[in-house]
Design a protein around this ligand. Structure first.
Ligand code: ADP
Ligand code: GLC
Length: 478
């Protein structure tokens, strides 16, 4: 049994901006089911959705500030969560990383370097809990300083750094090295320095005993200049310590047979029941209620990564097709505005909900026929897996985890029972449009469509295999 400290900046259902929260809320549960002694540590944001007991386990001073370590449990589990409580940094409403306009909080370097320092203190059992980690598993740039700082400790735990998205790196002016009081020996081109900037993510990439990313294909892609953001050299250099492990999904939360957010539960043997969810979705989005019109759904952060610009380019042609398009998302204000304009001009075909809405996300997964995910890059992606589980056929671009989790439909894959979606190659609107047309043709062949839905719904997206892979990795470094 390993003592695993899982260091993360978000975890569902406590707080979520994207897939990192889904992973942080579900992978530790899979570890616990495999009899591991796992804990989470995260900042005590004001917006945390806390329930049950929360109590202080330790108080200390760090970076000249008074810090409390609070302890609670990950909801619906017995997994302890340590909350780093520093009100002047974390006691603000809203998003963990940005203000209401989407601008990064100006003191993010201070906020997350403090978080990393405290994670190191906890991992080393300097808080009197008689619990010293064997493994410290860090996630994304917000936790990047942990492996760097731990590398300076004697008798330290082994470290794993998981890249959920290399596009976000935590880059700050070099002067912050001093103001954040980071030990000078970490400042060199093989360490935290990146073109004379302080790079939090390099703390993970350069110092962790092992680097993982969330799909095998993305593990290859980030070693190329097209996906590496200048870090491809370092990643190639650390190739022997780099592995891609595909994410699982929380099959309790995302289960069409038990989903409490949807009006009609269903499974692969009662696919006709999916229709009621489609009706509800059409009603809720004020679209004409008609079961024979295919509904395309999309749920996403509206950022360049997700290829929404390509979807916008396709909308004029899509309007001439027999389809309805439902989008739920938030992000880039210009994109939000453009989407809204389209929806206002074509309310019978396009429905857009801006914002974050957990229950609508479930209804779209359950009620749509087709799910669009044309990402330019996608480290793993979760919605394409949720979609398959709900018999909602995903259209995805062949990149990262999308390439690893969706099998394109062809005569061959239909014959061998593996076809579970539509995969297209090029990141341009022409290719996406072709893929949409191909999907709508397949949709008209009900027998084939049912087969694809059944293939998709029967796939195993549970965490177990991936969690076991992580454990083997932990074993190899500790
Ligand atoms: P990423 O982490 O890059 O945003 P993922 O596919 O890994 O992409 O995970 C996104 C998660 O966030 C999914 O659980 C998705 O349903 C959810 N999500 C994204 N946008 C919204 C939204 N506007 N409302 C509700 N859930 C959303
Ligand atoms: C990131 C990636 C996404 C991945 C998620 C969880 O946000 O963009 O592809 O699924 O992390 O690993």
């Amino acid at each position: 049994m390993k003592k695993i400290l899982f260091v993360t900046s978000e975890a569902h259902p406590l707080i979520k901006t994207g897939g990192l929260a889904d992973v942080s809320g579900s992978l530790p549960k899979a570890f616990a089911e495999l009899s591991q002694d796992v804990r989470l540590i995260m900042p005590n944001y004001q917006a945390l959705n806390l329930s049950g007991d929360v109590h202080t386990v330790f108080s200390l001073r760090a970076d000249n500030r008074q810090i409390n370590i609070l302890e609670t449990r990950l909801p619906d589990s017995s997994i302890p969560v340590w909350l780093v409580d520093c009100p002047e940094f974390y006691n603000f409403p809203g998003n963990p990383y940005t203000d209401g306009q989407g601008n990064p909080w100006p003191n993010n370097a201070e906020r997350f370097s403090l978080f990393c320092r405290i994670a190191v203190i906890c991992a080393m059992d300097k808080i009197g809990q008689n619990w010293k980690a064997d493994i410290v598993h860090c996630n994304d740039w917000q936790t990047g300083l942990v492996p760097a700082l731990l590398s300076l400790e004697k008798d330290r735990p082994a470290t794993v750094f998981t890249v959920h998205n290399l596009a976000y790196q935590g880059l700050f002016p070099a002067s912050r090295m001093v103001t954040l009081n980071i030990p000078g020996q970490l400042w060199n081109p093989d360490g935290l320095e990146f073109h004379n900037l302080l790079s939090f993510i390099k703390g993970g990439l350069a110092f962790a005993d092992c680097i993982t990313t969330v799909s095998p294909t993305y593990a290859q892609e980030i070693q190329t200049s097209a996906f590496g953001y200048g870090l491809e050299g370092l990643l190639r250099y650390r190739n022997n310590a780099l592995v891609g492990i595909i994410n699982g999904i929380d099959t309790d939360q995302w289960n069409p047979e038990t989903d409490g957010y949807i009006p009609q539960r269903f499974n692969v043997d009662s696919l006709h029941d999916k229709t009621r969810n489609k009706t509800e979705l059409q009603q809720r989005m004020q679209l004409p209620v008609n079961d024979s019109i295919p509904v395309l759904g999309l749920i996403s952060r509206l950022v360049e990564q997700k290829g929404i610009d390509m979807v916008l380019d396709c909308l004029p042609e899509m309007l001439s097709m027999d389809m309805q398009f439902v989008l739920l998302g938030s992000g880039d204000k210009v994109v939000e505005q453009r989407l809204q304009t389209w929806a206002e001009a074509h309310p019978d075909k396009i429905a857009v909900t801006l914002g974050y809405d957990e229950s609508l996300a479930h209804l779209i997964e359950a009620g749509a026929d087709i799910f669009l995910m044309p990402s330019r890059f996608e480290p793993c992606g979760l919605n394409q897996m949720y979609s398959q589980r709900y018999g909602t056929i995903p259209i995805v671009r062949k990149t990262g985890g999308l390439a690893d989790t969706v099998i394109d439909t062809s005569w061959e894959t239909l014959a061998n029972g593996s076809a579970s979606g539509i995969v297209f190659n090029d990141a341009n609107s022409g290719s996406l449009l072709e893929a949409i047309k191909r999907t709508l043709l397949l949709y008209r062949n009900t027998e084939q469509w049912r087969k694809m839905q059944a293939n998709a719904m029967c796939k195993d997206f549970t965490w177990r295999r991936s969690a076991e892979e992580y454990l083997r990795l932990y074993e190899s470094i500790s």
